[in-house]
Design a protein around this ligand. Structure first.
Ligand code: PLP
Length: 397
């Protein structure tokens, strides 16, 4: 899956451009940088790839989510609806702005269940944040409709879904604002990096300011620039942007390879009648970084993971037992073990996640297994794996 699998002279050339001048910062030093503006170049490429009018490249996907929320003006006491199957960064970014993460169930798309979202809307709700998990899409039409009805912002956490689309529109570019991650494990990587995209000039400008201490970026002299508001430092370096410039031009090829490999595995596994697959609202738009299927029960899913390990199949995940991606193991949140004190008002508003009922989500996640698709596999290897995976799954039923 990760873009670093196919790292070559193209990334090295962009890096060389930067190291030749020594200008590692994205702002200023116009005379010394020999015409190289790697962060700007990658931002233009993100707009071109996603169809979004504005893109801001920054230091991580987590920074992108935090910046997007700040730019939306979402903070103290505002509720953000998100799924419990995501990466911890989703709720961390919400809490960073002082807002309240309100998790609601997912369905067989493994993304937000629109019905659960509808039920969770309160007068405090400001944002619906679907997370397009494992390279594929949430039910974005339904979620958009809910946002329209209740006058809420739609913020797409598309950190895992760069290159995926829904009915021809790139995930991340459909809501009011979208976020991508270019960390080391994503389909396109900067090493570390992320992006905010939007079609709103105003939102873009607010994000641009927030991610760089409030700088209005209207002057060559940073010391002379205005600051509308305090912000933070979520800037990307030119070195990271350079890697991204080399990676992003390969995106279409990356997605093609993933789709070819995934199809071979899925065709093989489709012969096992007890196995069902994650529902994709638009199968054509899947970036195919994972193949996700459901075993008939939690027990058979655990058996399958063991059998896959025994067959030396790497990159198989049972998210139910995973510390990173599902609420079941998020003890840090359940026990409220925060590094520093939070305002009492915030703790009062925060749902008690030690008691929350996610049995509807459990019913899907406890049976779900995802296999990470690798680009580096040869055709022979993909076929061999397809056979081994199918055998391991059959033996677990
Ligand atoms: C990777 C990821 C993030 C955070 O991105 P980083 O660049 O690692 O900070 C946020 N949300 C999801 C769903 C992710 O997978």
């Amino acid at each position: 899956m990760p873009g670093f699998e196919l790292f070559d002279h193209i990334e090295r050339k962009h890096l060389q451009d930067v190291t030749d001048t020594g200008v590692l910062m994205r702002y200023g030093f116009a005379g010394a940088r020999n015409g190289h503006w790697k962060a700007k170049e990658m931002e233009a490429a993100i707009c071109q790839k996603t169809g979004a009018q504005h893109a801001l490249l920054l230091s991580s996907g987590t920074a992108a989510l935090t910046t997007a929320l700040a730019a939306l003006g979402v903070g103290a006491g505002d509720e953000v609806i998100l799924p419990p199957f995501t990466f911890v960064a989703s709720f961390e970014s919400i809490m960073t702005t002082g807002a309240i993460p309100v998790m609601v169930d997912i369905d067989d798309t493994l993304c937000l269940d629109p019905q659960a979202v509808r039920k969770a809307v309160t007068p405090r709700t400001k944002v619906v944040m679907p997370v397009h998990m494992c390279g594929a899409m949430a039910q974005i039409d339904e979620l958009r409709e809910i946002c329209r009805t209740h006058n809420l912002f739609l913020l797409e956490d598309a950190c895992q879904a760069f290159g995926a689309s829904f009915k021809g529109r790139m995930l991340g570019s459909i809501g009011d604002v979208g976020c991508y991650s270019f960390d080391f494990n994503k389909i396109v990587t900067c090493g570390e990096g992320g992006a905010v995209v939007t079609n709103s000039k105003d939102l873009y400008e607010r994000a641009d300011q927030y991610h760089d201490h409030g700088h209005d970026h209207t002057n060559d002299d940073r010391g002379a620039e205005g600051h509308l508001s305090p912000g933070y430092n979520f800037r990307i370096s030119e070195l990271h942007a350079a890697v991204g410039c080399g990676q992003i031009v390969k995106l279409d090829r990356f997605v093609d390879i993933h789709r070819q490999h995934k199809k071979v595995l899925k065709d093989a596994l489709s012969t096992v009648s007890q196995v069902t697959f994650r529902r994709l609202p638009d199968p054509e738009g899947d970036s195919a970084t994972f193949l996700t299927f459901f075993m008939p029960s939690e027990e058979s899913a655990r058996n399958a993971i063991k059998a896959l390990k025994a067959a030396s199949i790497d990159g198989a995940f049972h998210w139910y037992d995973n510390n990173w991606h599902y609420i079941r193991k998020w003890d840090q949140l359940k026990t409220r073990n925060f590094m520093h004190p939070l305002y009492k008002a915030m703790l009062d508003l925060l749902p008690d996640y030690s008691k929350a009922d996610f049995s509807a989500s459990d019913a899907h996640i406890s049976r779900a297994i995802s296999i990470a698709i690798k680009m580096g596999w040869s055709d022979d290897e993909v076929r061999r794996r397809a056979g081994k995976i199918t055998e391991a799954v059959k033996s677990s039923l």
